[in-house]
Design a protein around this ligand. Structure first.
Ligand code: GDP
Length: 376
């Protein structure tokens, strides 16, 4: 895959990948760097050196590349500029976990979009129910996990689909199972946190919810508003207008405006894209501005590759032409993907610091099982 932003595969400046603190650092006071002599008598670079200094003992990443311990940098360089590399190595080694939920009426193109976003077939054995089945059907929760690796960076992605949403004759309660699922993941995390194995908790909390809006409605429907209001304190909602190829450019502008006005009017809180710091570079500021202006993202999904004027593009072919998924003039697919990739960390932070904390506080207040939690 080629879309991941950043330079995740870059070897850190000191050239060591995937060092582990446990394996490299001996008990306090022992100088583990001494043991790094191989059978040929050659001193091999170690992942972490312990350096004794008058000021005490410090652990750094491989600061000194030469076996003779010569500081390669200028005088006055201590080496903490290297700390981000340690964080980088550790994160790459551990991998990343992310859970994305997709909600919206069936047939809006949720599965197609998710497959286009991650270039994976997340639903190989999907069964689309008939209308008769849908009448009786309640909302199912369908979580699929894939491990994606790109340039050495591992992402454990869980996509939670919600087939049946808005399908039955009476949709009043169709979002109860969804709320239950989100709460269950918080509860699980809370229990894990207060358990013995706190260091290896698998985070299955829902970090982001793409809410699919029908392009042919005149803005949000009552069900859309009811759902968003029911979950906006629990999950980061990112509104998405599906099947944007059915809208003309002026229709897109009008519909986006209308949806934002409705969201404002009814007091729904969607995921707020964070503001850039004033000292960020201009390109990044511009990117943030464009992402903010694109909400709600209009998207087109397709999993077919079509050749257009010698270029291979992902798109949908119609008798009158081809609509390209990754063409910013055709839809906001690229912006949505950029938003997701560049804000994964922020989405996780907001989940942890706002939604999970709300849940935990509520539990503590009600004297629920979380009262056992030590992390308060
Ligand atoms: P889901 O039920 O929401 O998961 O929807 P699917 O992904 O199964 O898509 C339902 C139908 O809509 C399929 O025939 C897709 O080919 C079609 N579809 C998916 N995305 C788009 C889109 O962006 N535009 C149009 N016109 N059709 C789409």
């Amino acid at each position: 895959m080629s879309y991941f932003c950043g330079e995740a595969n870059q070897t850190p400046r000191n050239g060591v990948n995937g060092s582990s603190r446990e394996s490299s650092v001996g008990p306090a006071g022992s100088d583990t760097s001494e043991s790094s002599v191989d059978s040929s008598g050659q001193k091999t670079p170690r992942k972490i050196f312990r350096i004794r200094s008058k000021a005490g003992e410090m652990s750094f990443g491989k600061l000194f590349t030469s076996p003779s311990f010569v500081n390669p940098e200028q005088a006055g360089y201590v080496g903490f500029a290297n700390l981000p590399n340690q964080v980088h190595r550790k994160s790459v080694k551990k991998g990343f976990e992310f859970t994305l939920m997709v909600v919206g009426e069936s047939g809006l193109g949720k599965s197609t979009l998710v497959n286009s976003l991650f270039l994976t077939d997340l639903y190989p054995e999907r069964h689309v129910p008939s209308a008769a089945e849908k009448i009786k059907q309640t909302v199912k929760i369908d979580a699929s996990t894939v491990e994606i690796e790109e340039r050495g960076v591992k992402l454990r992605l869980t996509v939670v689909d919600t087939p049946g949403f808005g399908d039955s004759l009476n949709s009043t309660d169709c979002f109860r199972p969804i709320i239950q699922y989100i709460d269950d993941q918080f509860e699980r995390y809370l229990n894990d946190e207060s358990g013995l194995n706190r260091r290896h908790i698998i985070d299955n909390r829902v970090h982001c919810c793409f809410y699919f809006i029908n392009p042919s409605g005149h803005g949000l429907k009552p069900l859309d508003i009811a759902f968003m209001k029911a979950v906006h304190n629990k999950v980061n909602i990112v509104p998405v207008v599906a099947k944007a190829d059915t809208l003309t450019q002026p229709e897109v502008t009008t519909l986006k405006r209308k949806i934002l006005d409705q969201i404002d009017e009814v007091g729904v809180r969607i995921y707020p894209l964070p503001d850039c710091d004033s000292d960020e570079d201009e390109d990044y500021k511009e990117q943030c501005k464009q992402l903010k202006n694109a909400v709600p993202f209009t998207v087109i999904g397709a999993n077919t590759i079509i050749e257009v004027k010698g270029r291979k593009v992902r798109g949908r072919m119609y008798p009158w032409g081809v609509v390209e998924v990754e063409n910013p003039d055709h839809c906001d697919f690229i912006k949505l993907r950029t938003m997701l990739i560049t804000h994964m960390q922020d989405l996780q932070e907001v989940t942890q610091e706002t939604h999970y904390e709300n849940y935990r506080a509520e539990k503590l207040a009600s004297g629920g099982s979380s009262a056992k939690s030590k992390s308060g």
